[in-house]
Every structure is written in C-alpha cells, then in structure tokens.
Design a protein around this ligand. Structure first.
Ligand code: CMP
Length: 139
C-alpha cells in the first residue's frame, strides 16, 4: 500500500547542518520526497502542530525547542511509508534506538531527537495538511 507521511527535521539537526545526511538516510530507505520546505515555526505554529501533547509536562519545552531554529518539513511517499519511516527514525528516546536509525546516529536526547514522523494514517493526513496544500505536493 502506497502511503504518505510527514517528516520534520528538527532544529537540533538543522543547527548541526545534518539536513543532507538525514535526507540521504530517508532516500536510501526507498522513501520518495514529494514535497519539502525549510521554515522557522512560530510558537503558535509549534503549539498547533503538537496540540495533542498539550497536557504533557514536556509541552512548553518541546514547543519552545521546535521554534528555536529552522525545520525541514517534507512529505514522504512509499510502500507503507508511515511504518517504514518510523523504522528509519528509530525509537523516540535515542537511548532505545536501534543501530542504523536516524535517532541512534544523530539524536541528542528524548526531546532533541532530530526528526518527527507521523504515527498513523489519520495523523499523517492532518500533519501533511498542516504544512502543505495540494498544489505543493508533487507526484
Ligand atoms: P515526536 O516524534 O516529534 O513527538 C512528540 C515529541 O515530544 C517527541 O518527538 C519528542 O521530541 C518530545 N517528547 C516525547 N516524550 C518526551 C519526554 N518524555 N520528554 C521530553 N520530550 C519528549
């Protein structure tokens, strides 16, 4: 089943100039980039994106971090892209991430974990629409 998922390369990674290395791991995994842009989120935009985590103790710190520098937002397409990208990213906490994953290679801690990926088809649709309109998605 061909799917689309939303990827964010987070500020901890763009700050270390890791966009290219991370995009290479994504492409080497067979995922196709069908839309992409680099932007700096406002606090409101970060809070809107992570609204589902509003009640979590890490919400303030997370949303502050997410607007601390540019992010690279992309739409990835491929066979089972949602699960595939989650495998490529590795566990949320890099301490638990497998060898060969993006977070094992680059994440600094559970918050500054370098990348985000949608966790299910409904959230993928919502998250893609949060950043891209139909005209901005190729293919
Ligand atoms: P992400 O996959 O973008 O989804 C929610 C984000 O919240 C997560 O990656 C981390 O950046 C952050 N996060 C999740 N759990 C924690 C935690 N326990 N402490 C701090 N940040 C967290």
């Amino acid at each position: 089943m061909t799917q689309r998922t939303l990827s964010i390369i987070k500020p901890d990674a763009t700050q270390r100039n890791l966009q290219g290395a991370i995009l290479k791991m994504i492409q080497d995994a067979g995922l196709k980039i069908v839309a992409m842009k680099m932007i700096t989120l406002t606090r409101n935009q970060a809070e809107g994106f992570y609204a589902v985590h509003k009640e979590r103790p890490f919400f303030d710190s997370l949303t502050q971090f997410m607007c601390s520098g540019p992010v690279v937002v992309s739409v990835l397409e491929g066979e089972n892209a949602i699960t595939r990208y989650r495998e490529v990213m590795g566990a949320t906490n890099p301490a638990n991430a497998d060898e060969g994953t993006i977070r094992k290679a680059f994440a600094l801690d559970i918050e500054k974990n370098s990348v985000h990926g949608s966790d299910a088809p409904d959230t993928a649709a919502t998250e893609i629409a949060y950043f891209f309109n139909q005209l901005e998605i190729t293919g």
